[in-house]
Ligand binder design. Structure first.
Ligand SMILES: [Fe+2]
Ligand SMILES: [Fe+2]
Length: 537
């Protein structure tokens, strides 16, 4: 079952199955934080030796490699050796790229192997036939215990290589391998991929794309293919990445299938092997087994920029600059009123970091635009509506630093607001219009149509999008309060609504009149929205 809700229903109606193996009534589980759930699962499942494999009892493979390049918990390449299966029979999959903190000089290459391998590495060079530079990879393995009648135990082996000191604006070719599997060999040369570092100075124009709430579906794959065709410099994934945790309530009773990640990374490889895939964490990305805040799994699968408030434990918060655009990724589980399993886990450190980082970006001579993306909606009228926690904690900072664009997911639709200032419409921004954040306020985009089953808008509220505009004066919706109640509100800012699989495509232009040309594309390729952001226009 998808998320916590079905299309057209209120959120929170699906508490998930009450799994006897976990043994906590859902009502109690809902009051537990992620840290309490982690302790519970560790105590309970570790005691149940019948459910636990020898690999888990060996200990080392439990929670290794959550360090995002810090080396803590990671095992050396030689430690991956088992010798049980020859390396030539083990094929890497799920290649995915991500920028380091400096996209001009740093790239991180990650992938998966189905079995343990000896001496994993990457080869990299300036041409597909010259992959002479060889760099060792780091293993971060995950063990997930089985649950009687629900799932088998699973070991997953993720490999990561860090490339530093690259030349800006340069195309590199790379191949991933291990003992017995050489990507430079004739046999495996077809597996070689490529990427391009950010240019040293802002390009005249470049494109980046964004969406959230993907999962493994034909629509998710269709969106990926369309994104690849637009040749973006990078992609932003606003969380609810894979849905291995299908309930996403942050409850102990959430069912969890780690094997879904294998399918997800295979699907994503089609685009992420050449497009840096910059993810952040949604409610479905809290996986209580792996670490006290639930992000141990994410840290094992992804290497993201290590410049957030706590790169080791909170991989979904980071920042980077590409051309004239500064990007900030946030972990909204830290502030969500709706799903509070991780609320407050950073102890305010994330918000303090956000304030500092936005100030740095706004003060940077090379940055024209500041874009922030995270999971829970600041302003949306679809099923989950708006999260009062996001508004209470982060909106003052967005206003203080005049953020230019906010991108969210969580609601599985496309919705885009007018420019909002002090909580109300600062200026209407119809399809095709231009807006100035220094004058009008901020436009908020919900781009949650990546692939998971779609939601809907309130009863009687029609879609309104490019080519089919159906404006209305207001929409009756609600926002989540700190006491987890749905506080009704009637809003005038819901400018564009599209119930369909879709993603955001942003063309950044530099020069005398910098601008962000923002478009939303349906999975058919049809444009369903566009508007422009210009500062001081
Ligand atoms: Fe979702
Ligand atoms: Fe979500």
């Amino acid at each position: 079952m998808d998320s916590s809700i079905a299309p057209g229903t209120g959120p929170g109606t699906d508490a998930g199955p009450d799994l006897p193996d976990f043994g906590i009534p859902p009502r109690l589980a809902r009051r537990m934080s992620m840290a309490e759930q982690y302790e519970y699962l560790r105590t309970k499942l570790t005691r149940r030796r019948a459910l636990v494999t020898a690999g888990m009892l060996a200990g080392g493979g439990l929670l290794t490699g959550c360090a995002s390049g810090t080396g803590t918990g990671a095992r050396s390449p030689s430690a991956t050796a088992t010798g049980a299966v020859h390396g030539s029979a083990i094929t890497p999959f799920g290649r995915h790229l991500a920028f380091g903190a400096d996209p001009k000089t740093q790239m991180r290459i990650s992938w998966q192997v189905p079995l343990a391998v000896r001496k994993p590495y990457i080869r990299v060079g300036a041409a597909p036939w010259d992959l002479s530079r060889k760099i060792d990879a780091e293993l971060r393995d995950l063990h997930t215990p089985g649950l009687t009648g629900i799932r088998l135990a699973l070991d997953q082996y993720y490999l990561h290589a860090a490339l530093d000191g690259l030349r800006p604006g340069t195309t590199y070719y790379y191949g991933v391998g291990h003992e017995g599997f050489d990507p430079a060999s004739k046999e495996h040369r077809a597996t070689v991929g490529s990427f391009r570092t950010a240019p040293a100075t802002s390009p005249d124009t470049f494109v980046f794309t964004a969406f959230g709430d993907q999962g493994v579906t034909p629509d998710a794959l269709a969106n990926d293919k369309l994104i690849l065709g637009r040749r973006p410099a990078f992609h932003l994934h606003a969380g609810d990445i894979c849905y291995a945790d299908v309930n996403g309530l942050g409850d102990t009773s959430d069912s969890f299938d780690p094997g879904a990640w294998d399918l997800f990374l295979k699907q994503t490889e089609t685009v992420a092997r050449s497009v840096p895939w910059m993810v952040t964490t949604g409610n479905h990305d809290m996986e209580a087994w792996y670490s006290p805040n639930g992000y141990g799994g994410q840290s094992a699968r992804w290497t993201l920029p290590d410049n957030g408030f706590d790169a080791r434990n909170a991989p979904g918060a980071y920042s980077f600059t590409y051309g004239n655009v500064g990007i900030v990724a946030l972990d909204a589980n830290d502030v969500s009123y709706e799903i509070p399993a991780n609320k407050g886990y950073s102890g305010g450190r994330q918000t303090a970091w956000l304030d500092k980082r936005l100030g740095e970006l706004r003060g940077s001579a090379e940055v024209d635009f500041v874009v922030v993306f995270f999971h829970h909606c600041t302003y949306s009228t679809s099923s989950h509506a708006s999260d009062g926690g996001v508004r209470a904690v982060w909106l003052p900072l967005f206003a203080k630093h005049q953020v230019d664009l906010v991108i969210n997911g969580h609601n599985h639709v496309y919705e885009r607001t007018d420019a909002i200032k002090d909580g109300r419409v600062g200026r209407q921004v119809p399809v095709g219009a231009s807006t100035d954040p220094t004058r009008d306020g901020i436009v908020y985009v919900t781009a949650g149509g990546a692939g998971r089953s779609l939601y809907s808008f309130p009863a009687g509220v029609k879609d309104s999008y490019e080519g089919k505009v159906a404006d209305r004066e207001s929409v009756d919706t609600y926002q989540w309060t700190e006491s987890k109640e749905q506080h009704p509100e009637t809003v005038e800012w819901s400018r564009v609504r599209y119930t369909g699989y879709s993603f955001l495509s942003v063309e950044a232009q530099a020069g005398a009149t910098p601008r962000l040309k923002v478009s939303a594309l349906a999975e058919s390729g049809r444009r369903v929205d566009h508007f422009e952001v210009r500062r001081g226009a």
